[in-house]
Design a protein around this ligand. Structure first.
Ligand code: NDP
Length: 279
């Protein structure tokens, strides 16, 4: 890659909606810690912030956004709602609640946080999100923690799913899930993209390219996500680590380096099973 070529740092999520490929994860920060981290991240150049009703930090995230002084339209703000709101009309209540706590009047991305298949109303939740889009309340919508079987039920209702936020890291590559996303044009957003400071960061498949390229192991892993065509939302409260996590463009891993990182896959399922876990 030429050093003079600016690499794209966003992807088209829906027509006319660009999602910055690196966002700031905000769980488990709360209160002043969350507000300070969000404000600092925006000052550091972040333009995508990820929060959720369930993180109980939307008010603090909103405070951090205001403190940064950024114009609302410069920011891509994503949040998620719990399963109690899984009906066409209640999704609107979830939107009203989140925007009130965040102190904003629209969302860039609103996600069904967990499918809760036993409750069986996640298709209605997606219909409610589509209505919010038609009403101009949200710019894009998506889901989180949906397995292919859940995605199929939404698609069977004639609703194409734009994005699924799921746990992915080099040891939790979820190959079948990701193949399904590719086949159906669903953008993957990786949560816990660094495996919560996972042990793999010290594996030679990652430290080798880090040394060769003069990058940190976390940068190599985030770059691996980007070259796989995913967005990623690493959480950091630390100024230096926030900066390095965003600075993953304009260098490239070679195909053998990517293949070596892919080989760290353990086949272990995600931490939480979305057929049974929900909130
Ligand atoms: P991450 O993989 O983002 O890891 C975060 C941990 O890694 C923190 O301890 C952080 O510490 C550390 N870290 C961050 N950057 C670096 C770096 N450059 N080098 C070394 N260590 C680093 O895991 P999370 O589980 O936090 O996931 C990220 C986000 O995903 C969450 O904040 C949340 O927004 C979202 N999420 C979504 C879920 C869902 O169900 N949809 C579930 C879980 C998370 P420090 O702060 O000190 O830098």
């Amino acid at each position: 890659m030429s050093a003079t070529t600016e690499e794209r740092t966003t992807a088209e999520l829906m027509p006319g909606v660009q999602i910055p490929l690196i966002g700031l994860g905000t769980w488990p920060m709360m209160g002043e810690n969350a507000a300070a981290a969000v404000s600092q991240a925006i000052t550091n150049g972040y333009r995508h912030i990820d929060t959720a009703e369930n993180y109980a930090n939307e008010t603090a995230v909103g405070e951090g956004i205001r403190r940064s002084g950024i114009e609302r339209r410069q920011l891509f703000l994503a949040t998620k709602f719990n399963t109690q709101w899984h009906s066409r009309s209640r999704v609107r209540e979830a939107f009203d609640n989140s925007t009130r706590r965040l102190g904003v009047d629209y969302l860039d991305l609103f996600l069904v946080h967990w499918p809760n298949p036993a409750q069986g109303q996640f298709v209605e939740a997606c219909e409610g999100l589509q209505q919010l889009m038609e009403d101009g309340c949200i710019r894009a919508w998506g889901v989180s923690n949906f397995k292919p079987a859940h995605l199929q039920r939404v698609q069977a209702a004639g609703i194409p799913v734009p994005l699924n936020q799921i746990q992915v890291d080099p040891e939790h590559g979820q190959p079948e899930q990701l193949a399904y996303h590719r086949e159906h044009g669903i953008l993957t957003a990786a949560y816990s993209p660094l495996g919560r400071n996972g042990g793999f960061l010290s594996h030679p498949a990652i430290t080798g390219p880090a040394t060769d390229l003069g990058k940190t192991p976390a940068q190599i892993v985030l770059r691996w996500h980007i070259q796989h065509g995913r967005a990623a939302i690493p959480k950091s409260a630390n100024k230096q680590r926030q900066r390095e996590n965003l600075d993953v463009f304009n260098f490239a891993l070679t195909q053998p380096q990517i293949t070596a990182i892919n080989a760290l896959e353990t086949g272990t399922p995600p931490r939480l099973d979305s057929d049974t876990y929900f909130h």
